[in-house]
Design a protein around this ligand. Structure first.
Ligand code: ADP
Ligand code: MG
Length: 268
């Protein structure tokens, strides 16, 4: 079974072989916080390539630097060492081509659903936004809720608005930091399906952090396992299974066991 798994190094080979090329390249990336006397290393020498249109999930212990990695790719933090490229261009600050979704929806409570989604649109052509917002709300299953205020929405609906807002700028890469982590099990399962549907429809490159191994196996083309802090790439595991995936299948459970093993190796 170990032949199904590869290290960060051999992953490089896989993505080099991809006809579409890499969408996100993380090269020898390190990040530390604090000054010389209280330096905290969050990430150490992280290298990975996310091919265009892939669905990468990142797993690893709490505090190993997953959120920091996403924030660096989003341009909300700057690398201490190394660099990040998206579509061949070095990341320097935030950009519309990179959408970001957090665990909590972070909606503006004073604005309607429609207005919240509109806030995700680059300010280029205001004449197109009504159609675009309607299309996005339909995509995330929120037709008829344009005029609603966030306080009237369930957790799942609010996260759908956040998703629509992140998709408004037609990003090529969507960065998701435990986006379904706060939802109940049924809503979560429904949204996993919807996320896959959107990924298929929009051909977006996805990079998601999750604590849920089932979710990672259900959704991902590849799973990146980070070591404990300072996080570094321990393994990149291609999940070569047809969609939709059956979580009761033997293959699924083999992947799960292997992930558990890799994560437990990190617990000292
Ligand atoms: N802005 C910051 N300043 C200082 N330390 C930080 C900052 N952001 C994250 N850290 C630290 O970096 C480490 C990695 O954090 P984080 O990326 O949030 O981990 P994860 O998302 O894997 O749980 C943690 O020890 C955290 O306390
Ligand atoms: Mg985190």
């Amino acid at each position: 079974m170990s032949s199904t798994f590869c290290t960060g190094k051999s992953q490089k080979k896989t993505s080099d072989a991809s006809p579409q090329g890499a969408d996100v390249k993380v090269l020898n990336l390190s990040k530390w916080f604090g000054g010389p006397n209280n330096r905290l290393k969050a990430l150490e020498n992280v290298t990975m390539e996310v091919p265009k249109g892939a669905f990468f999930s990142v797993i690893g212990q709490s505090g190993c630097g997953k959120t920091t990695l996403l924030r660096l790719i989003a341009g909300l933090e700057t690398p201490s060492r190394g660099r990040i490229e998206v579509d061949g261009r070095q990341v320097e600050g935030t950009g519309w081509e990179r959408g970001l979704i957090f665990q909590e929806p972070r909606l503006f409570p004073w604005a309607t659903v429609e207005h919240n989604v509109r806030l995700g649109l680059p300010d280029r052509d205001s004449s197109v936004w009504p159609d675009l917002v309607a299309e996005l709300l339909e995509l995330v299953g929120l037709e008829g809720f344009a005029a609603a205020f966030p306080r009237k929405l369930s957790g799942g609906m609010a996260q759908r608005v956040a998703l629509a807002r992140a998709l408004a700028s037609t990003p090529r890469v969507l960065l998701l930091d435990e986006p379904l982590g706060a939802l109940d099990a049924v809503t979560r399962a429904r949204m996993q399906k919807e996320l896959l549907g959107i990924w298929h429809k929009r051909k977006i490159t996805m990079l998601a952090v999750t604590h849920d191994l089932d979710e990672a196996i259900l959704l991902s083309t590849h799973i990146v396992v980070l070591s404990e802090r300072p996080g570094t790439v321990k393994s990149v595991i291609p999940i070569q299974m047809e969609y939709p995936r059956d979580r009761t299948s033997m293959e699924f459970n083999r992947f799960k066991q292997e992930l558990v093993k890799l994560l437990l190796e990190e617990v000292s």
